[in-house]
Design a binder for this molecule. Sequence first.
Ligand code: GLN
Length: 557
Amino acid sequence: MKYIFVTGGVVSSLGKGLTAASLGTLLEARSLRVVLQKFDPYLNVDPGTMNPFQHGEVYVLNDGAETDLDLGHYERFTNCVLTRHNNLTSGQVYETVILKERRGDYLGKTVQVIPHVTDVIKDRIRKLSDESKYDVVITEIGGTTGDIEGLPFIEAIRQFILEVGPENVVNMHVTLVPYIKAAHELKTKPTQQSVAKLREIGLQPQVLICRSEKPLDGDVRRKLSMFCNVAEKAVIEERDVEHTIYEVPLTLHAEGLDQLVCDLLHLETPKPDLKDWQKFVDCVVSPSNRVKIAVVGKYMDVRDAYKSIYESLTHAAASEDCGIDLELIDAESLADGVDDQLKDVAGVLIPGGFGVRGAEGKINATRYARERGIPFLGLCLGMQVATIEFARNVCGLKDANSTEFDKDTPDPVISLLEEQRGVRKKGASMRLGTWPTKIVPGTLAEKIYGDTEVTERHRHRYEFNMKYRDRMDAKGFVISGTSPDGTLAELIELRDHPYFVGCQYHPEFQSKPNKPHPLFKGFIAAALAYQVGGEKRGRTIEQTPISVSDEELVLQR
Ligand code: GLN
């Protein structure tokens, strides 16, 4: 088993996760089996409770783990399917140690950072090291070298290298080489200091990944090599990409990173096959068409808050040979109605979310898309919003709402299951992770997926209230997918609309380059058609979805 540790220096937000994931892409292209994991030094047990404003999106795994968004990069850039064991926070480490202490596992010893905390960390690396499944484990350490919280992780890695032998390990340090305009010069000092800090705690990087705006010339490379004690060919330039993050594996390959890492790890592999990846990048960089898609949400200033959604749109667009002009609209700005804001968009997407803020704006945007035949995709909360809008404006239930937004609504079209069953005491926990969906034959959903059974990732509490199903169906609101027992609505669509789809789950967590998610692909195809033909010719699906017969939907008891 071979191990690669990725640390970061100088500043945060250098794209360490992306770099680790890109190395994963390159090693997989060399036929190696790769797995990635992330160590997060913060004390939260998981990022599930962290504000997207601060921390970006919460990425959900198949097993329901709520993790750091870097795990999204790992799954998108490689074939590995991750579980909660691939993300370890200091919070979890200390929780484990304290539980063990309470249980008496330490037999009366004084519990200390070394060895008890570091042991837990090392255990986690070993648990992933299943030779039957993987050849290489890539471990990214969050934060920046020098952070107090990060120290136990670095110490654990130092010990780990001693145990498995340095010939099986590569330490890769991602660092910033800033360009100082006034001096017309790239500066190496911050990197020197950051590496010095690492060496102080006993870690010597073998590879430096230098993030910079300008190319590194020979002098800079020599200086970095000399002062950081790293071979000159292991000083790798990673310049800001011009168009898309999917270029990163290609630029790192051009710098020789994958060959270097394989040499350092004594791995003999074929040359990487990057043809498909290159083709995907070409599609992203120079598409034949463009469409304008509005995303109406809450965290529009934080690019990371809807990361997987933007990536999924990119994958889908590339597969349709088109580029995307994203119109990011703050839902609160639509609270009093939609004026010009959505004037020339070819698709409206409402992402997931929590809480009432922005809800009315999202409802208004949904109405606009429904009435004008603009392709619509509602994800989780987006589907719930579509339900409320239809109930109010088509079914005449003018105060319909979700009990998340209005506890006393007379028509709780979205509510907690307990409430639907008449249970007073609520506090439903989140439905998390992968659940199966049964798709109703003959619906648009079946056409899009080309299948009648799919599994998708969930993260929500509230559900469509089946009490309203028949009334809404009669007006054209179709439940096109349910849980296998038919009790929970998973997918909705409108009978008289070219592409109006909502799902209770998060398809954005399962889209990849060259493997776009069907719901996003269908959405972009419909947006392109809408743009070409205007609302009348917007139908991409030759046949309007038929009404769903009662037998196909199991009634809720
Ligand atoms: N707030 C909604 C719920 O809990 C939607 C959640 C989401 O969009 N992820 O059901």
